[in-house]
Write a protein of this length. Sequence first.
Length: 393
Amino acid sequence: MKRSIRDLVNIEGKKIFLRTDFNVPMDNVGRITDTTRIIAELPTIRFLVERGAKVIVCSHLGRPQGFDFRLSLWPIALILLKYFPGKVQFAHKVIGDKVKEQIDSVPNGSIILLENVRFYKEETENDPNFAKQLASLADIYVNDAFGVAHRKHASTYGVARLLPNAIGFLMENEINIITNAVKEPQKPFVAIFGGAKVKDKIKAITNILKSADVLLVGGAMAYSFLVAKGRTVGRSFVDIDSVKVASKILEEANKLGKKIILPDDHVAYMYGDVKEKTFITDSLNGDMVGGDIGPQTVKMFEEEISNAKQVIWNGPLGKYEDKKFQKGTFEIAKAIGNSNAYSIVGGGDSVSAVKQAHCMRMINHVSTGGGATLKLLEGGELPGIEVIQEKFV
C-alpha cells in the first residue's frame, strides 16, 4: 500500500510539491470550460493548507512547444482563489531563484501555482537536472495527478525519486476503486469498450475478460471484431493488425466461456458522400461506412447493462466527434446512469458523453484519467505510482 498524505506528520511550514492534473479544456480565448479536474483536487489541497504546509502546485496544460500564453495556468489560479481566498499566488516560472524566493516569502498555509511545467521540454524528457531543480523547491513530494500517472516525466517520476513522497486523495481513490473493480468485481460484471484500434486496448480487454461476464464492443474497433467473425463491414475503418488481435480475443473468450456482444445494426453512410446522409442497416456492404451502433444494438447493450451489478466503460461507441454519430454513445451513457449497477467510466470521450447526457451524478466513479485508467485495467504498473514509497505498517 502506497503512503498517503494521511501518513504525513508535522507538515506545518513544510514545502510540499503537489503534482496535479489541471489539464482542463479551454475555449479559444483561454476560458476554462470544465472545472471537474480542479474541483476533484480541492480535498487534497485543503488538507495540506489546513495543516499549515506551503503547497507548491505543479501541472501541465496541453502539449505546448515552448511558452504559449494560450496554455498558461494563470486562469486556474483565479479559480483556486475562489476556494482559497487570499491564499493563492501564481509563479510565472517553474524553476529558478525567483520562484524559490516567492515560495519562501509566503506564509504557511499558502498555495503557489507554478506555470505550465510543459513549457520546459525537459519535463517530458524526464531530464534528471530539471527534476533536481524542481525537487529543490520542496521538502516533500505528493503526486495526485492520476491522469498522467502513466507518464515517466520529470514532475511525475523524477522528482518523486529525490524527495520523501506520498499520494494524494484523488490518486488514492482512483487506484482503490479501479483496482478493486477489476480484481473483486460485483457480478454480473459488464465491460464496455469502444474507440478505434483493438491493439491499443488488447491488454485491458484480455485482463478484463478474466473477471468480466460480458464484453460489449462498439466504436471503430467493433468492425475488426466483425471481420474476425467473417462479417462484411463495407468501407468502415478496419485496422488489419487489429483483426488478428480480435480473433485471438474471441478465441480466448470462447475458452473462458465469456460472452462478447458485437453490433447487430449500424448507423451508416455511403463512402464519398460529402453530406454524409445517414441510414440504418443490419449489414455493411459495398461502399457503406459504419458510424455508430444502431437502435437494435443499443437495446441489446441496454439489456445487458440493466442486468449488471457492475459496469466499466472505456471508449466511445461511434464516430463520436461527429454529432450525427453520437446518439449510440449517449444512449449507453444514459443506460449506465439509470442502471442499478456500480458504474465506472474512464476515457475522455466516454466522460464527455456522460456529461453531455446529463447523467454525471448518476455514475458512481468518473475517472480523471484516460491512459492511466486503461493501464490499471490492464493490470499494469503506473510509473507515477510505482515510484511512491510504501506505507509504513
